[in-house]
Structure formats: C-alpha cells, structure tokens
Design a protein around this ligand. Sequence first.
Ligand code: 4AZ
Length: 844
Amino acid sequence: MMDYMESGPRYTPKLDKEFEQSLQFLPASNNKKYEKKKSPGKIGAVIGVVVFVAVVALMIGLLVWHFRFRKNEIVKRMYTGSMKITDQTFDNAYEDSNSSEFKALAQQVVTQLKSIYSKDPQLKKYYFGSVVQAFSEGSVIAYYLSEFRAPAGQETSLDKAMGNLEKSAGKVRLSGTGTIEVEEIVTSVVDSRMLTTSFRRDLRFSKHLRPNKVDQIESPGFPNTPYPSNTVIQWQLRGDAGQVIQLKFDSIILEENCKNDFVKIYDSLVAIEGRVMEELCGHYSPSEPLTFLSSGNVMLVTMATNEEKNFPGFRAKVSQTLKTRVCDKQLSGSEGSFSSPNFPNFYPPDTKCAWEIQVPNGKVVKVTFKKFLLTEPGLENDKNCPKDYVMINNEKLCGDYDDGMLTRTSKTSKMTVTFHSDFSYVDRGFDAKFEAVDSTDPCPDEFECKNKQCIKSSLTCDGWNDCGDSSDELNCKCNSKSISCNNGMCKPEFWKCDGIDDCGDGTDELNCGGCKSEEFTCTNSKCVSEKKRCDGRNDCGDGSDELDCPAAMESSVACTDLTYKCKNNKCISKKNPECDDQPDCDDGSDEENCDCGQRTFKSSRIVGGQDAEDGEFPWQVSLHIKNGGHVCGASLISPTWLVTAAHCVQDEGSLKLSQAGTWEVYLGLHIQGKIGSPVVKKLLKQVVPHAYYNAHTYDYDICLMELDSPVTFSDHIKPICLPAPQHDFKVGDTVWITGWGATREGGVAAKVLQKAQVRLINHTTCDGLMEGQLTSRMMCAGVLSGGVDACQGDSGGPLSSPEGKRMFLAGVVSWGDGCARRNKPGIYTTVTRFRGWIKEKTGV
Ligand code: 4AZ
C-alpha cells in the first residue's frame, strides 16, 4: 500500500495587484424623444424618422454590448513554469513549503518573475500574480504558476509573449533587481482540461523516494472501486540528487476518451506542457511493458477525471535509480545488436546516445531496425524530425517503421548511430541489429530492395510485395500465369477482374466486361445508369441501386434481400447499420445487443511477429477434448453460446466429438497450457451442428455449442458481433484470422494465439481457383503477399471483420487446399447466411 505523505500546498494566488475592472455603462437613452409623432400625410418624414430611430437603437445596442459585455469578458490564463536559479545551492528545507527557507526563496522568485514580466508590455499589463509551488535540485529549480487576466482574444498574443520569454531567457542571463541569478525559463499554458471549474476535488501528494526502496502510487479506490469523478490528482515524485525516477505501471484502466479522463506524466515537478512525457487513457494490457524514466530527479504524475464514466484507474511502482549518464557504446565484430535506453519501455527525455560501430576492414556496416517507434503526437508525418530522432549518415530518422523495414548502410567499415530525445514526449525507441556486409554485394545471393532490405531472389516479380516498398515487383517480365500491368508490375492471373486494383494503375480491372464508367454496378452484376441510383426505383432488380441513399437514410424503404430489417419490420437502406453507434431504425433496434466485438486493451505497437496480444481477440475460444488438448477454435457470441465448424464435431471412431461431454472449453486463453486468471474453463450443455452439414463438400460447415453455465464477460472474455443477413463484407476488405493452429502446413500447433490479416476474395475468382468446389455458403480469404492462411487447428475459429469500432464474425474457418499455398486461399463458412439459423437455435 502506498503511504501518501501529507498533501501539498494548494494554489492560493498571492496577488501582486488587483485587476482594475473597467466596467462602463452607457446612460440609458431617453427613447421617448424619438417616438413617432402622428402626422398623417407626411409619410416620407415618418419613414425617415423610423429609419433614424432604428439606426440609433442599433448603435446604442452595439455600444451597450461592446462596453457592457465584450470589455467585461476577461479571461484567466494560467502558465506553469520552471526557472533555474544558478547562484543558489539546494537546501533540504526547500522541499517543505512551510519552511522559512522555502518562503524566503519563493518570495525572491515571485519578485524576479514580476520584474521579468514587466520587460514585456503585454505581460506587464495583464500580469495578475504568481505562486511558487516547489523547488528541486539543479542548482535550484523553482516551479511556479503565473496568472494573467486579459480581455478575451488576447490569449494568443500572451502565449506568444510567454514563448519569447522562454527563447530569450536561455541567452540573456537575468539578474539584478533581486539577489538571484536566473536562466532557463520554461513556461507553458496550463492544460485547459485541468482548469475546468467543475473539479470537486483537488488532491496533491508528494513523495521523496528512498534508495533501494520501491514505493507505490495508485488512483483512489484502486482496484475495487472506480476512481472519483471531477477530480484532479497530482503525485509529485522526488529522488535524491543524481538519481532518476522510474515509474512502472502494473495496471492502468481508464476511460477510452482522453478528453474525459487521463493520466499525464511530466519530466518536471509541475505540469509544464513542454515537459509532458506521455498522456495515457484507455486500457492497457497487463502484459504490455509500460515503464517511464525521468531525465532528472523529479517526476510529476497527474490524473484528471470528469463526471462521465469512471474506471478502476491505475497502480504503479515508483523508485529511484542511478542516472546512467552515458549510453554511448563502442560496438565491433561482424554482427551485434543495440537499442535505445530502456527499450522496449519508454526512453527518458533529454537524452543523447552514440553507438560507434566498427566492422572488419573491407566490409561496410549495415544496420536494420527490428523495431522503430519514435513518434511525437501531432508530428507523425513530419519528415524533418524536429523532436526526437536517430541520426545515421547525417540523416535524421523518426516515425514508426514495421519490423525490418528501415535499413541503412555505411560507406566505410565504421558507422556512428546517434539517438536524441528532447524534453517532451517520449516513445519506446528502437531495437537494431548491425552486420558486416560487402559494399558491392550487401545482399549476398539475395535481392536488395530499394529500402535496402534483402529478400530471396525467387520472391521478385511474383506479384507479391515482399520488400514492403514494391521494389521487388518493378521492371518485371511477366510469365504466362501473370497479368502484365502497365506500370511494369506482374500480378497473379487470378487477381484479374476481381474488383480490386491490384496493379495500382487499374490495368488488371480493365476490359472485364463490367459496367461502363458512367454506370453503376449492381450487386447482381447488372449495369444501370449512374443517374438511376437513388431515384426511388428498383432498377437493378435486387434493390442495390437504392441502398445507402442520402435521402432515404432517414426513413424506411421497401424491404428487399439487401435492406436491413428493423425489429418493427420496417426496412432501412443504410448499409451495415447494426451496431455502428448510430440509431438508424425508428425503434433503435439496430443498436440493440451491441456489447460485442470490442476488445478492452489499446492496440500495442510493441508486441511483434504474429502473436496476438493478450486480450486482443476476447471472443476467441479454444475447444479441447477432455484431457486431450486443443482441437479446434470457436467464437463466443453470447454468455452461453459459441459458434464453431461442424467438421470439428464429427465422431471419429470411438472419439465422440458430437457429444457435449467430450469437450472442455477455454475462454480468455492466450497461451495454451497457461491456465489461471483470466482464463475460464467451461463444459458444454449441447452441441448443435447444422443439419445439412456435408462431410464431403464441407457445405454448411457451422455448429453451435451451448455452455453449461453463462460465462462472465471480462477484459479477456467478450463476444463478437454477429452480422445481419444483409451485412456487406466487401471483396478486398482486410479481415483477421486467429487461432492456435499449425504455423505451417504439416507443422506443429502454436502455443501463443496467432493473428494474421487476410483479404476477402471475390467468390467467382475463388471458385475458379478451387476448381468449382465452392458453394454459396462459403467465402474465401487470402493474402496478396502470400504465405498467410489459416491451417489445421484453426478450424471453427473466427474470421473477424473490423467495422467502425467493432469486429463482426464474417466467417468460420472451414477448409482449404493445404495451408498458405499460393493461389489457394482459405475457405470460410459465410456467417450472414446463417444469421436466421443462429437466432432460431440460440435466441441470440
Ligand atoms: C484444417 O485442417 C484446415 N488453409 C483449416 C483451414 C485451412 C486448411 C486446413 C485453410 O483444419
């Protein structure tokens, strides 16, 4: 348990001067004298008077508004700041705001601030007062809050004046009036979310960490009761001189929307925006590394909540560790690896490191980043890397790169890689490997991509983008099984005319006998004039030209096979309206039962490979034969029902897979064999395979399973959304396959739940590839870059399709011609075809 030290001082501004509120009222005008005098026959004069009165009234109104309201609109602007006092040494008494030493130095700082602000006419005019909040070492750093009160509209110019102060302070040594010497002034406007007047509670804690002792901080009530509403909380953390603060989150569960509730970490003792290290909200998986290091011996953790939804909050370990001043390293040999400080956790702010790499003479250095995560909020696309960066060969690198997609090579046997983080916003950094390569042949026996990656030569010109930058698919001579794109690429023949622009220049979709450019392609492939779309008439014959029409969105339309049917039997034309967070039916039934398809945890950029994150697919179920291990996957659709494949429950000799008693079911499972919280094991009450399942053709390969008792939903156990019968999963859409099946054909099953992205493939194209074995209950999904597929053991599991904020069960893993073979996509049971059957059997 944490032992909070006494709560720190509250902000009570000591005012330098009272703001003179210049309220001016206009004397009430005597309108009587302008009253219309009845004088029949003089219409022109009357009109003139009326116009005059109107103009005068308008002017008076404007003046009253201007002086009474506009001028009165005074806004409060708060800035937090820190300044370095260079001619003082730190005294322990400065940690106690009640000590006379604290008060004396604080008074000098306030005087100094007033004199600094008085040098700028804007700041001088609107300055209201300052209060010193804390001091820390180095020589002495003072943290303060300054308040300005200015007429509305002056905020930007105030911010600018404060910004200039920061710029000039570094250069000009400010001294004089007081007895202290000041440099390095940093200021920022206070986060407006922290200034709302609705905060009912303002809690402040401060802690001086002791050596070799791990302390704990947590939000009030954690983990048993939700954190309080409308509260701001600050934890000021200090370490001894020469130490840095380590903050390690064990658990963090906040509201998803950072506008409402958030935790913010500062590399400072007060909330200076220029010293924000990270802002956190939402849920993070407990398995995700979430540790922060400060640059100096102070850190501030703040949390603010509003009145909406409250969650368990957070718990974190806090400790001090010795500042590792140098992260510079000499590396030599033919290969090796290096990473940014604290990787895979967040690197500290204000850090510089250099790695000098030396490989054997005659060779050159090639560096490949296995992970590269250096992104600053708001600067995601800034190629100049103005904040944090890695520098190689005089080139600044920043942003996020997929594994292995960022590579650099030196010209000589030496290379220096430097890393630089500035004062604000940190990220996870990088993990890199270096190797000695031949300068004339950096990819021995392999193909060198434009991005310097090396790939197998056999992967060039095969239609699949193996390099990641498509450079392996340029300037190709296509073989007989490929389409020759106009841009020089070759694509597998079976992608021709599948409705997706695989070439990138549209050549594979030309001359497909489809509709002309000014025509609309109906769902039944008929062509009708674009002008007939949304004209209120069913021109296609299947109603698809009347779907998603702006005018019809509001009201109900005639029901067709393609329209969504509300509970009240009215139909609407919007495509996929169910659970999109917008009520579309008059009775709101399209948004009923929508607690599905959402994972709890934020997506992590750190978990690599094809392992899913713990809790990423909380509807994924593992079906075990009692005492026999994993056999098939399944999807959770309600507290008591699962969907799986019928072929998973066919008796095999003495193995009675069709009987409920044969099975045990694992929910919330991530790693096979790793049982315990949050995993829930259940038994089955009944197994309901589709009566029409055909063991030869795999037609109707779907089965329902009822649990013997309802499962309680949790962060790791949640149902997936079922699509309406009319739900449109479009060809080319990217969907997820997941399972513990074999990681290659004939290979062994995976221990950790695997995930992969595949694309939905056109039914006709797929039927051609599968030699006519598809039925209308089957759909196909594969991947353009090859080698990704479901495999043995994945059967029965979900094909999860993202739609808005949710995932929908598009298919059930069914069969395939081997696994991951090129031109042989995976085949899935089409769930939309069974929506009615599921409802009939389960009531879900
Ligand atoms: C199986 O045996 C299986 N490539 C599942 C999916 C696929 C192949 C085989 C699709 O369960």
